[in-house]
Ligand binder design. Structure first.
Ligand code: HAM
Length: 444
């Protein structure tokens, strides 16, 4: 007997979870449209270089969490040669761990931002893949909705993107008490290098007390030490130099303007000068939203920031950018915890029942006619008794059951059974669509 299971850290989406995912995308589309965003879909796999250059080779995501992809012949070659070094760059593929680097690649390839062009605003929704240790709220295949803006560096845009994110969460049903918005500025190419050096020097001073990973970070990516999971390292890092004390004048002014716009829009935030984010492309504004209930240790339900240097890293012209992504599964944990049902009720339908198998063709035709009128229409395909057809209609959430018998067929009528009141009414076939529309209106 075969005993097959879904891979660890993946989920089947269907029924309630699928309805919730669809509704989340619908709400995103509604809110993001007001801000001028269009939908984009990029491939779920990209050339590995898109991620190594875009996200950074020293990030956990690229170092430890990539799912590599090889097509048949290339896989054989990699297994034989024990490495993928013999493959061309275009043959070295990976599943996307996030959407921004692939979006930047698409923006260059399709010239989304022509010289002097208007900012490009796009959003996406789809699965992302990270080979992480699985725990509550941390999956290997998870779903993000993300937005990206290219071509403008005005602080008003940073604020608008954050306001749009908070509006989206609000529309899902999360209130101010259910989440905390954290913001920071990570500086730019002028001020961050010297800040990085200071943090590296700080880590080296305390390295005998810090974990081996942080010791390495001093040389590779010192700012990541702020996010070390080791409580002792975290404690030490509380004394580390803060970027807020070292921003250059331009970055400080940009950050101050972002905060002023957020204040004007009445958006509550907490400044967290240790917020550094896990992907290397960020500079200046960064932000994260943490849920206050339901999510456990993985409390970030969304995050993002400015990435003014990313387009160059993946082979484009200098183009400023900013965006965010939210995690569907984590948002669901927090919505569940506060009792919000994003899935809503299962869809209702019209069920066409028959009193005898000989009326199968009449049922078939009536179903087709009702579907043309726009009704979700169901019928029995297994020659059930009338009683079990009613039971099935209940299971399928039918608001009305149309019963066809010999008499009804002879008189061109149907008996409509209201599934809520169990009242039965005889209706002429030609009037049945209008009648059902009125039943539908009463039920909703
Ligand atoms: P991120 O912070 O890595 O940012 O991911 C965004 C959100 O995806 C997280 O806040 C979390 O809700 C969800 N998420 C991340 N990893 C997992 C996981 N293993 N399991 C479940 N949910 C997860 C980005 O991905 C950036 N690309 C966001 C961005 C867009 N920045 C600029 N533009």
């Amino acid at each position: 007997m075969m005993d097959l299971h879904k891979p660890k850290g993946t989920e089947d989406l269907f029924g309630k979870s699928m309805r919730a995912w669809t509704n989340m995308q619908r709400i995103a589309a509604k809110i993001f449209d007001r801000y001028g965003f269009d939908l984009i879909e990029t491939p779920t796999m990209e050339q590995l270089d898109v991620f190594t250059h875009g996200i950074g080779t020293s990030t956990d995501v690229v170092r430890k969490e990539m799912f590599r992809v090889f097509s048949g012949a290339n896989l054989t070659r990699v297994l034989e040669e024990g490495s993928d070094e013999g493959l061309k760059a275009a043959q070295r593929l990976a599943l996307r761990p996030e959407g921004t680097a692939g979006f930047a690649r698409a923006a260059i390839e399709n010239t989304f931002v022509p010289q002097g062009g208007a900012p490009c605003k796009m959003y996406y929704a789809g699965p992302m893949f990270r080979g992480e240790d699985v725990q509550k709220g941390r999956l290997r295949e998870f779903h993000q909705i993300g937005v990206e803006v290219l071509g403008a560096e005005e602080p008003a845009l940073d604020a608008e993107v954050i306001i749009m994110l908070m509006q989206f969460f609000g529309e899902l049903g999360l209130s101010k008490n259910d989440m905390v918005l954290k913001i920071n500025s990570m500086g730019d190419a002028t001020c961050r290098p010297s800040y990085r050096d200071k943090v590296a020097a700080f880590i080296k001073t305390y390295e005998s007390d810090m974990c081996p990973e942080c010791k390495k970070r001093a040389d590779t990516n010192p700012l990541r030490a702020f996010d070390c999971k080791n409580p002792h390292c975290r404690e030490i890092m509380q004394g580390a130099p803060l970027i807020s004390d070292m921003l250059c004048d331009e970055c400080a002014a940009h950050y101050a303007a972002v905060k002023r716009y957020l204040d004007e829009a009445n958006i509550a935030y907490v400044e967290d000068p240790t917020l550094v984010r896990g992907l290397d492309y960020y500079g200046r504004t960064v932000f994260e939203v943490e849920a206050t209930s339901g999510v456990g240790a993985q409390s970030a339900i969304g995050g993002g920031g400015r990435y003014d240097g990313l387009m160059e890293l993946v082979g484009g012209k200098p183009t400023p950018g900013i965006g965010f992504a939210v995690g569907f599964e984590r948002i669901m944990l927090s919505l569940d915890a506060i009792g919000i049902d994003l899935a809503g009720p299962a869809p209702s339908c019209i069920y066409v029942a028959k009193t005898s198998e000989s009326l199968r063709d009449e049922v078939f035709n009536l179903c087709l006619a009702l579907r043309k009128e726009g009704f979700r229409t169901e019928a029995d395909y297994q020659n059930r008794s009338l009683k079990s057809q009613f039971k099935q209609a209940d299971k399928l959430n039918a608001i009305a059951c149309l019963v066809l018998g010999e008499d009804e067929v002879a008189s061109h009528t149907v008996t409509v059974r209201n599934m809520q009141t169990h009242e039965q009414t005889s209706v002429a076939v030609k009037d049945v669509a209008d009648y059902l529309k009125s039943v539908q209106q009463e039920t909703h």
